[in-house]
Write a protein that binds this ligand. Structure first.
Ligand SMILES: [Zn+2]
Length: 334
């Protein structure tokens, strides 16, 4: 008889251990969101947004949404990704969202956020475990039902008189051990990085993905709904890291659905930064329950010509021929 045999037989026959093992298995499966949330053999991403809002190569919502769709389709051929686009809210929401695995809001927010006035219906969709990713202005909703919804679905949002929207160069140096940070390398990026989000109490369920210390210049504007308030000033003064991208793990009441918030993307040109692009793609894919490769989602760096053509196709001209777009001259250091 070898030494290990009695131990093995104890494992096999001990009902308490078996029960525990089963319990652990159940827990693991319960907290691991599955790709293809509704099990229909395809992965449907519902993009809800606006066409654009701030001039050529800025807030290129529709163009950006199509980029995300194309990049993910190319990277996950087996997931049978299907993109669906509504500007802003779908006319037939039941049909539009019926087999959704994830929703992306890359759109004008605040009082014009598409979810305003649809919170109850959208909450029913979120309770099925459908993922949600909100990008740039899409993270801002008014205090009230939309904000309550965002906290439940995505763990945080831009709250007026609490969060701020300065333009600054954020330096991202360290990252948490989370699939959405897979393959993301230190980088810096000039963007309108909103920060000081209103998060879930005690950051419950929230994992910061991109954090940086905001420089003092971010506070040079006077107090106002988007520009400053005593609390954020104190936080910046103290040098507290500000979270500008995060993930959210919902509970069982929302079938363990996942959320992802990303506050950059004012400039369409920032898609050129490899780690910036990777963070967004990892984040959206994670909300869909897709497996994120160890090195993150690798895509070829798009050229400026490609991005401008893409913005023109989906966002329209927006005066692009009259003046050289500011974003084209912008540099995002590696
Ligand atoms: Zn912006």
């Amino acid at each position: 008889m070898s030494i290990s045999e009695p131990t093995l037989s104890v494992h096999r026959t001990n009902p308490v251990r078996s029960f525990l093992a089963l319990g652990i298995l159940f827990l693991v499966s319960a907290f691991t969101a599955k790709a293809d949330v509704n099990g229909d053999g395809k992965t449907v991403i519902c993009f809800v947004g606006h066409q654009t809002s701030h001039g050529f190569m800025k807030h290129e919502y529709s163009a950006g949404n199509h980029l995300i769709e194309e990049w993910l389709k190319a990277k996950y051929p087996d997931a049978k990704i299907e993109g669906r686009h509504a500007i802003p809210w779908p006319d037939n929401e039941e049909e539009f969202f019926k087999d959704a695995d994830g929703v992306v809001f890359f759109c004008t927010g605040g009082g014009r956020h598409p979810v305003n006035g649809h919170v109850q219906e959208f909450d029913r969709i979120m309770r099925k475990g459908v993922g949600l990713a909100c990008l740039h202005y899409g993270v801002e909703v008014p205090i009230g039902p939309s904000a309550k919804g965002m906290l439940a679905w995505m763990g945080g949002y831009f709250e007026t008189n609490w969060s701020v929207n300065p333009h600054w160069v954020a330096e991202f140096k360290t990252f948490q051990d989370h699939p959405v940070a897979n393959g993301v390398k230190p980088f810096e990026s000039d963007d309108e990085w909103y920060f000081h989000m209103r998060f879930q109490e005690g950051m419950k369920g929230v994992t910061p993905v991109l954090s940086a210390v905001a420089p003092k210049e971010t506070m040079k504007r006077k107090d106002g709904p988007h520009s400053g308030n005593p609390t954020v000033r104190k936080a910046v003064e103290a040098g507290e890291p500000q979270h500008v991208a995060w993930t959210y793990q919902r509970g069982e009441d929302y079938r363990n659905g996942r959320g992802f918030g990303f506050t950059g993307l004012h400039y369409h040109a920032n898609w050129q930064e490899d780690s910036f692009r990777k963070t967004v793609l990892n984040g959206v894919a994670w909300t869909l329950g897709l497996e994120i490769p160890k090195g993150g989602i690798e895509t070829e760096k798009p050229t400026m010509e490609f991005l401008e053509a893409n913005a023109l196709k989906y966002g329209g001209d927006q005066g692009s021929k009259k003046k050289k777009p500011a974003a084209a001259q912008k540099k995002t250091k590696p």
